[in-house]
Write a protein that binds this ligand. Structure first.
Ligand code: ZN
Length: 303
């Protein structure tokens, strides 16, 4: 397990589910990743706004008029959540390397994996550009998609799946899940899953809560349904209209094995910056030896 995340100031905590098992046997890699994480206690500022008030007042089944409402993210009016990452102490993965080790085994190249994730889509402006780049670079990514947008642009969701990307549930109306009762929360997830299934023929298994807003109760309610929660551990802040160069430096500085980078393919004022950043960041991470994976490879298969 990589560890526990705590939301500073609120006392909330959650498991980030960024715990790959495929490489558990690589104790060196794990230790390096652990050091990297420990050295980079991060404050992730979440400042995403959800929807216009019209989208927040949904009741009953989603219908066409609701779905046609504009999905707008107003960053300035959204409360900021500070997330501080902490590590649970691991009890295994002791480095077995010793001075007498066969030198051949020490030459084995590190396998570093990293995930590109895109939230809040699909749309018809930025998401297709992101998909074009991923196709050209032959990279598979993960899209945390929102019901309102899925309902508008099902063909883009179909394209995601056809081109080998992972799609995951980012709720229907993008609410703060900690403000919902259990029935409302489950409806957010189920309506989105049902819609996705009607388009691609299967339901996603993974959820990312909007704004990263989660508490013990929300986590429990989601996990009770058999779904997994996946957050992120690298945030170049594209939602805050961060310039391309600054985002590039953020990603390359924080990149590490089992990294999970938060991008958006819709919802921000300057998502074009994300599109502009993407080719360079993919090329540079590739040069540094990273393999791009989808976040299902970061789930703990022990459960
Ligand atoms: Zn979102």
């Amino acid at each position: 397990m990589i560890g526990l995340l705590s939301i500073t100031g609120t006392g909330c905590s959650f498991y980030p589910a960024i715990t790959p098992v495929a490489h558990k046997q690589q104790s060196n890699v794990d230790n390096i990743a652990k050091q990297n994480v420990e050295e980079s206690i991060k404050h992730i500022h979440l400042d995403l706004d959800g929807l216009k008030s019209g989208l927040d007042k949904h009741e009953g089944q989603p219908n066409k008029s609701e779905a046609n409402e504009q999905f707008v993210v107003d960053f300035k009016n959204q409360p900021i959540i500070d997330i501080t990452k902490e590590l649970e102490k691991e009890t295994d993965n002791t480095d077995q390397d010793g001075p007498g080790e066969d030198p051949v085994t020490e030459i084995v190249e590190e396998q570093k994996v990293i995930a590109l994730t895109f939230d809040d889509g699909p749309d018809l402006k930025y998401t297709p550009q992101v998909l074009d780049i991923l196709l050209e670079k032959n990279i598979k990514a993960t899209f945390f998609i929102v019901g309102v947008q899925i309902n508008k642009y099902p063909e883009v969701v179909l394209r995601m799946v056809e081109e080998g990307h992972l799609i995951a549930n980012h709720t229907y109306y993008h609410p703060n899940l900690t403000t919902l009762n259990k029935a409302e929360l489950l409806k957010e997830l189920d309506d989105t899953d049902d819609l996705i299934e009607s388009i691609v023929g299967f339901k996603p298994q993974i959820v990312r809560p909007p704004y990263g807003a989660i508490n013990k109760e929300v986590r429990q309610r989601i996990e009770e349904t058999g779904r997994s929660i996946v957050m992120w551990n690298i945030d170049p802040r594209d939602w805050a209209s961060t310039p391309v160069k600054e985002m590039y430096e953020n990603v390359m500085t924080n990149a590490r094995d089992k990294g999970n980078i938060l991008f958006h393919s819709f919802g921000g004022k300057q998502i074009q910056n994300t599109v502009d950043l993407l080719p360079d960041v993919i090329d540079s991470l590739t040069e540094e030896g990273y393999t791009f994976v989808t976040v299902d490879q970061y789930l703990d298969n022990d459960e």
